[in-house]
Every structure is written in structure tokens, then in C-alpha cells.
Design a protein around this ligand. Structure first.
Ligand code: NCD
Length: 309
């Protein structure tokens, strides 16, 4: 992919070379992300963050990435304060905002919302989570974290656990991992299985995967266990959420018994699915993972704006 001027909307846009280019650039961004190096590489550039859905890490890491590289940020949070509340389409908003900003990051509760904004926008649009569909920048930072922690991605067994239906991070991550030599295990209640579209994509790419409801035994030989939150806000009935929220809970006891070496990832926020005692284990990488987001988003901003370190 030619990154300069590109929209980042879906994992499906990426081939292996594209992913590796981002990982390489993120490696170069690390000294800036960890406040060891300072520079004005994006001076004069403006990022607009349009977050119609809640976010802490994703929005703040995009904004921090931009500001630490010398750029500036304007931000709109929620729908109430924006013209969407008056009925403006995302197409029109994109068209307008691209006359102000050089790059846009959008999060919205509708599938394909980022695509709609990108149709209107004349500057790169980055999908920071569209409904239950995709979260491609999270998948890139997940893979960057795996590489940083384990030194490789090929040859690994990765188990994804929890709400695989509504959780957009696991959709993007599975599709990105299809370019590596991995074995995937999807652990979920039957009602929250990985969507058919993602499974079809993996089959077409000949990626070996299994689906199961069984938690303890599936994590036994996994190199990476990727836990996810049951996506409360996507359930029409509270009782359906309540039914699932405590089904898969990773505790330090279970890890010690089943597989003390596993690398534990989670896109965060964590709710019930990993107990706090796990945080002390060496494999608990989820806070380091969130930190990696800064380097990866620095890399993406640099690349779509046609810059290099
Ligand atoms: C995720 C998201 O928004 O999809 N959060 C994030 O960006 N790190 C995961 C979640 O909300 O469960």
C-alpha cells in the first residue's frame, strides 16, 4: 500500500509487507513515544479526532502521538456537541473537517462509519473503531506488542477469548494475523462466536483455526492469550450481558496451573475478565500493550502524512 495520503479503514487493506512497514516505523517511533527523544517532525500538521463513542486510550494516544511529534490536535467528543445531533451525515462532516485538518481519526458506533467519512474527506481518515466491525490500529499495536514481547509472530498459537461477536479488535487482529504463520483458537459462548465473515476470510487464506466454548483447556498450549471484554453496550437486554460477563475469567491460579508461560494481552478496558492478581505476572502485557499504541499511532500518522523518522 502507498501509505502517503491513504485512509486506514480496515485490516483487509494490509498485506504482510504493509504490516511489517508499520512495525518497523513503530520501532523508530519508540524513543519519541517513551519521551527519550523529542522532535518537530509533524510541525504544522493538524489532526482532528472525532470520537462519537467512548474512548480513553485510543483518542488520547492518537492525540499524544500527534502533539509529541510537534503537530496539533482539534477534537470533538460525543454526538451531543456535534452537528451529527442536527442530522449531518458523516460524509458531510468528513468533507468539512478535511478543509481544516490534515488527518482525521474517527470512532463511531456504526459499522462502516469510517468509510462514509472517508468518502467525504479529502485527507486521510483513520478508523479508530467502527461499531462491531473493525479496529485496525489496535490490531497493529497488538501485533507490535507480540513482536516486542516474544521476538516473533510466526509459529505462534494465539487464543482469543470472550466476546468475539461484538468485539471489533478480534476481527481486525484475526485478519491481520492471517498474513503470519499462526494457529488461532477462538473461545466464546455459542451466542458470541466469531462472525461468519471473519471465519470465511480465514478459510480463504488457509489459516488454521478452531472454535470452542472450553476455556481452561484451550489456553493450555497457547503462546498468546488475548482476553476481551463482553461488549455490554452492544446488548439490547441487560440480562443477556449479565449471563456472559463472568463466563471466562483469567486468574493467576488458572495461569499457574495451566500455562505459566503465556503472554496475556487485552485491548482494555478490562472489566471482570482478568483478575487484578494477574497484573503482577511477567506475562501480563496488557498495560505495556496499551503503551505500544503510542508508537504505532505515531508511525501511522507519520506514514499517512508522507513523513519518515
Ligand atoms: C477496544 C475498543 O474500543 O474496541 N478498546 C480499545 O480501543 N482499546 C476494546 C473494548 O472496548 O473492549
Amino acid at each position: 500500500m502507498n501509505f502517503k495520503g491513504a485512509d486506514i479503514l480496515s485490516s483487509k487493506q494490509f498485506n504482510r509487507g504493509d504490516i511489517e512497514a508499520v512495525l518497523k516505523m513503530a520501532g523508530k517511533a519508540l524513543p519519541y513515544a517513551s519521551k527519550k527523544k523529542f522532535g518537530d517532525l509533524l510541525k504544522g500538521k493538524l489532526l482532528a479526532t472525532l470520537f462519537y463513542e467512548p474512548s480513553t486510550r485510543t483518542r488520547l494516544s492518537f492525540e499524544t502521538a500527534m502533539i509529541r511529534l510537534g503537530g496539533s490536535v482539534v477534537s470533538s467528543v460525543g454526538t451531543q456537541g456535534s452537528s451529527v445531533a442536527k442530522g449531518e451525515t458523516l460524509y458531510d462532516t468528513g468533507k468539512m473537517i478535511s478543509t481544516y485538518a490534515d488527518v482525521i481519526a474517527i470512532r463511531h458506533n456504526e459499522d462502516n462509519s469510517a468509510d462514509e467519512m472517508a468518502h467525504g474527506s479529502s485527507v486521510p481518515v483513520i478508523n479508530a473503531g467502527d461499531g462491531c466491525r473493525e479496529h485496525p490500529t489496535q490490531a497493529l499495536l497488538d501485533i507490535f506488542t507480540i513482536q516486542q514481547e516474544l521476538g516473533k509472530v510466526d509459529g505462534l498459537k494465539v487464543a482469543m477469548v470472550g466476546d468475539l461477536k461484538y468485539g471489533r479488535t478480534v476481527h481486525s487482529l484475526s485478519e491481520m494475523l492471517s498474513h503470519f504463520n499462526v494457529k488461532l483458537t477462538f473461545v466464546s459462548p455459542p451466542e458470541l462466536k466469531m462472525p461468519e465473515g471473519v471465519c470465511r476470510f480465514l478459510k480463504e487464506k488457509n489459516v488454521p483455526f478452531t472454535e470452542t466454548v472450553e476455556f481452561a483447556d484451550s489456553i493450555k498450549d497457547a503462546d498468546v492469550v488475548y482476553m476481551t471484554r463482553i461488549q455490554q453496550e452492544r446488548f439490547a437486554k441487560k440480562k443477556d450481558y449479565e449471563k456472559h460477563r463472568n463466563v471466562y475469567v483469567l486468574t493467576s491460579e488458572l495461569i499457574k496451573e495451566k500455562n505459566p508461560k503465556m503472554l496475556i494481552l487485552h485491548p482494555l478496558p478490562r472489566v471482570w475478565e482478568i483478575t487484578k492478581d494477574v497484573d503482577e505476572l511477567p506475562g501480563a502485557a496488557y498495560f505495556r500493550q496499551a503503551k505500544s499504541g503510542l508508537a504505532v499511532r505515531m508511525a501511522l500518522l507519520m506514514m499517512v502524512l508522507g513523513k519518515s523518522f
